[in-house]
Design a protein around this ligand. Structure first.
Ligand SMILES: [Zn+2]
Length: 66
C-alpha cells in the first residue's frame, strides 16, 4: 500500500479511520489527507470532535470505516 502523509505536517498516516474521516469530511475522491490534528485545525474544531465523528460514522455503518 502507498504511504500517505499528512499534507500539512508530513506525519505518516497509518490509521485507516483517519483516511476514512478525511474522505467523509472533505470528499471521497481527495488525493491529499490530513492527520487528525491537522484535520481538526483545518476544520476549526477539536481533535475530540473528529474522534466523535468517526465513532458516529462507524455506528451508522459507513463503508469508509468498515
Ligand atoms: Zn498533520
Amino acid at each position: 500500500m502507498k504511504k500517505i502523509n499528512c499534507i500539512a505536517c508530513g506525519e505518516e498516516i497509518i490509521d485507516k479511520d483517519t483516511i476514512g474521516i478525511n474522505k467523509k469530511l472533505i470528499g471521497e475522491d481527495i488525493k491529499t489527507f490530513y492527520c487528525i490534528n491537522c484535520l481538526a485545525d483545518y476544520l476549526g474544531c477539536d481533535v475530540q470532535d473528529i474522534f466523535d465523528k468517526i465513532e458516529e460514522f462507524k455506528e451508522e455503518g459507513c463503508k469508509l470505516f468498515s
